[in-house]
Design a protein around this ligand. Structure first.
Ligand SMILES: [Zn+2]
Length: 299
């Protein structure tokens, strides 16, 4: 297990000195207000547990941990959101963002990291860096990457970063805040909903295995990147959905059904009250059908 303290991280990357930070934060604040008025973006900061806050930007959420030595922030979401949040952190807590941890490379969560790059060490999974570079994601390049596990300690507090395998991407990490008993997990554990569309950039059935690994972790509050908070039972419920979906789709492919036939036949009524069941179940079936077909061979 790698452990990272800010001293070590600072030695690993060169940070710019920040003499103009107070002034810059003030400018950011006004820019954030202007943006909010212009587009009516819904932004909010809510305390989830001591020192741990959830940041909302419309339908996207991330978290940040406030310590005496600075803030560990996660997905910036986009440049305007990052600018707003940096100013809020400065005015509410009089702190700078010392770490930015990216949940995964997808642009709708990772964008805007460059706004914090003057004060923050950027951390991501090893698989994220080549994608961020290759796709030219509008964010900061990671300074530090890891394969399996990395603990970050700042101001006497800790966040445990863990890779739980491939799921909604091949570079998704979960962030466990042990003192807060909260786990931040983005996009691969919808709380009370089916999966997003037809599983873009997804790995099935590895995804189900990664959910089992999360179920084995020690936490009480599940903090997703979209929607309401959950708990350990939310993970189990979604894993059961994924298991049921996979079982049904595999049976349909092996029975020689077309994707349209599979969509017509598979209903999974146990989940019919879940968010976006009507809209996304047929797409979930098509995505799982495509993935199983790509990694199996008929007689
Ligand atoms: Zn994503």
């Amino acid at each position: 297990m790698k452990r990272l303290s800010l001293t070590a991280a600072l030695a690993a990357v060169s940070l710019l000195s920040t003499p103009a930070l107070a002034q810059q934060a003030d400018t950011h604040n006004h820019a954030g207000e202007a943006q909010l008025a212009q587009t009516e973006v819904k932004r909010a900061i809510t305390e989830i547990a001591p020192n741990l806050y959830r940041f909302q930007n419309n339908f996207h959420y991330s978290v940040f941990l406030v310590t005496d030595d600075g803030v560990i922030a996660t997905d910036p979401i986009n440049a305007d959101a990052a600018t707003w949040l940096e100013a809020e952190i400065k005015s509410r807590f009089n702190q700078e963002i010392k770490y930015l941890v990216l949940s995964h490379d997808h642009a709708d969560h990772s964008s805007g990291g460059e706004v914090w790059a003057d004060t923050a060490v950027v951390v991501a999974h090893a698989n994220a860096k080549p994608v961020i570079a290759g796709e030219k994601r509008p964010t900061a390049m990671p300074n530090i990457t890891f394969e399996d596990a990395l603990d970050i300690e700042l101001g006497g507090q800790t966040v445990e970063l863990r890779y739980v395998g491939r799921n909604h991407s091949d570079n998704m990490i979960v962030m466990n805040f042990p003192a807060q008993r909260a786990l931040f997990a983005v996009d691969f554990i919808p709380v009370g909903g089916v999966a997003f569309r037809d599983f873009p950039d997804a790995y099935l059935p590895d995804w189900n295995e990664s959910l089992r690994r999360v179920e084995a972790m020690d936490f009480d509050i599940l903090v997703p990147g979209h929607g309401r908070l959950g708990d350990k039972a939310s993970v189990t419920a979604f894993r059961e959905y994924m298991d049921d979906l996979w079982t049904e789709v595999v049976a349909a492919v092996r029975a020689g059904k077309s994707v349209e036939q599979a969509q017509a036949d598979i209903k999974l009524p146990k989940y019919e009250k879940w968010f976006r069941y009507e809209e996304f179940l047929p797409l979930n079936i098509a995505g799982a059908y495509r993935q199983f077909s790509a990694h199996s061979r008929r007689n």
